[in-house]
Write a protein that binds this ligand. Structure first.
Ligand code: NAI
Length: 332
């Protein structure tokens, strides 16, 4: 069986090959291209594809893959908003993801964003290297005692809640099905209450129709004036144009994002010599109180190893016709 790996970077190859070497009978081919209709033919001769967060798996792509003989889709990520599960089920395809490879890695990155943006360590680093030791513009707030609102307390949100609780923050959680292991650590509230009470709001719920643009002009207006918004989940949770307006008038005090709604055109590639045509993104870059990282929340050695191991375990389930705990849709 041949596996086509899309959106493959050198680090993907390193960890996937490590995991594949423990499995016989599977050959891998790597493509740096994103999966979309135009790049489907690359999977010619392959029985399965392995994809990442910005690969497109809508009905036309799945149908084209199926016509080539592809019968299994292996997501090497947790979120599956880029996969049309109903279309995959109609085609009888096996689909599986890696649900919780290192929730702490993403939660720790959310903390890194908060700490950096709050204490301006990114600006301090550049200043000190130029011999500028002035503190003006670096004033932050003490996080101990502040209120942090976690929207979506699943694996990652729960890890973030534990971290912020450990730092002496008051932690509010909004989730229709919150994890019971947080009992005693957090206060469960509605999204409205969370937004009005939090000094920092951190998003950890999945992107679905019901959550798309959950942070919009109306919800931003209910937030505490000057609060910080952090998004390490999916860009589509935020209406970026509304966030820019809120930053301009000071209603939003700071923004830290690891994900961006239009990230598929930018992230995971070096565009440092290109003209970036995305004016919304470029406007974000002009704010001193905005911090953007390029979807690196998951990017730790432990997480990469786990992603690779579970991806091949999912493939083994498919090849052996065994029940797969990480399957999506009918194959679940
Ligand atoms: P999970 O499935 O364990 O938790 C999601 C939680 O969100 C669940 O408890 C669910 O009840 C809750 N939820 C659903 N709808 C909600 C709503 N309307 N309001 C509030 N909560 C809601 O997922 P996990 O592993 O914690 O991942 C969360 C998200 O993080 C993923 O969907 C993915 O988009 C993102 N992610 C980002 C990464 C990065 O590198 N930046 C890496 C991995 C995941």
């Amino acid at each position: 069986m041949k596996l086509a790996v899309y959106s493959a970077q050198p680090y993907d190859r390193r960890f996937l090959e490590e995991a594949r070497s423990a499995m016989s009978g599977v050959e891998t081919v790597y493509f740096s291209d994103r999966l979309e209709l135009d790049t489907v033919p690359l999977a010619q001769g392959c029985g399965a594809v392995c994809v990442f967060v910005n690969d497109k798996l809508d009905a036309p792509v799945l149908e084209a893959l199926h016509a080539l003989g592809v019968r299994a889709v292996l997501l090497r990520c947790a979120g599956f908003n880029n996969l049309d599960i109903a279309a995959g089920m109609r085609l009888g395809m096996f689909m599986a993801r890696v649900p919780a490879y290192a929730p702490e890695a993403v939660a720790e990155h959310a903390l890194a964003l908060v700490m950096t943006l709050n204490r301006r360590t990114h600006r301090a680093y550049a200043r000190v290297r130029e011999g500028n030791f002035a503190l003006d513009g670096l004033l932050g707030m003490t996080l101990h005692g502040k209120t942090v609102g976690i929207v979506g307390a699943g694996q990652i949100g729960a890890a973030a809640a534990r971290i912020f609780h450990g730092m002496g923050c008051k932690v509010l959680v909004s989730d229709p099905a919150p994890a019971s292991q947080l009992d005693g650590l957090v206060e469960r509230v509605s999204l409205d209450e969370l937004l009005t009470r939090s000094d920092i709001v951190s998003l950890h719920c999945p992107l679905m129709d019901a959550t798309r643009h959950m942070i919009n002009a109306a919800s931003l207006a209910t937030m505490k004036r000057g609060a910080m918004l952090v998004n390490t989940s999916r860009g589509g949770l935020i209406d970026t144009a509304a966030v820019i307006d809120a930053l301009k008038c000071g209603q939003l005090g700071a923004l830290a994002i690891d994900v961006y709604e239009q990230e598929s055109n930018l992230f995971f590639h070096d565009h440092s010599s290109d003209i970036i045509a995305d004016d919304v993104f470029q406007r974000l870059m002009t704010f001193p109180n905005v911090l953007v990282t390029g979807h690196q929340g998951f990017f730790t050695i432990e997480a990469m190893r786990e992603i690779a191991t579970v991806t091949f375990a999912n493939l083994a389930c498919y090849l052996q016709g065994a029940r797969c705990p990480n399957a999506l849709g009918a194959s679940a």
